[in-house]
Ligand binder design. Sequence first.
Ligand code: HPA
Length: 251
Amino acid sequence: MSSQPVVAIIGGTGLTQLEGPQIAAAHHLETPLGKPSGVVEAGDWNGCQVLFLARHGHPHAVPPHKINYRANLLALQELGATAIIAVNAVGGIHADMGAGKISVPHQLIDYTWGRESTFFDGEFRPLDHIDLTRPYDETLRQHLLAAAARIGQPVLDYGVYGATQGPRLETVAEINRMERDGCDLVGMTGMPEAALARELAIPYASLCLVVNPAAGRSDGEITMDDIRTVLADGMQRVRDIVAATLAGMKA
Ligand code: HPA
């Protein structure tokens, strides 16, 4: 981590804004690969320089498969991001990952399709093959886990994130297959974001809030009302962990 960290936070469903007093500037960028999801806010949070981008825009509008992940990552790079904390609302597959649980995933499986998923496409940049053995930056993961421990927020220190196309939720058979594959969590936005961050060599880790048991992992259907209830309380805890992480990362 550099001595002057600039920590970018990519907010997901339920976390679409920094709190007012922390914001010093709002950047409306246009990258060579198009517009990011929205304005990038810049400011200071707990002594750390931070950037904030709402992945789905604000108000929440851009569906997961239409997010311009490449423009989002390029914009954060242009503004000097030295680390990225991604916040993701997810479904829980593993029995430990009940609604309201928070996980710092350590692995992922990509089930998405048709997304612009590389900078090294032979057009924007020449073809290259990056290593993604460990998709999440271990140092940054440890910062998140240590911060959660410091403030007494229980967090699961593992999780295999399965990235699906969305915007629909999954069938029970799809979730069963994902479980057999080894997925603990299911979300729609973890990829190509993690791979693009690696392509730009920006350390990247994710804080996942489980907002519902995945399809077939509870009685009945998944309702947006249930999800909203979990989001309201859960994202405040996520925010607290991010704040503590920044305090722990400042130079
Ligand atoms: N599936 C996929 N993405 C999600 C879910 C889910 O159950 N919940 C929140 N994001």
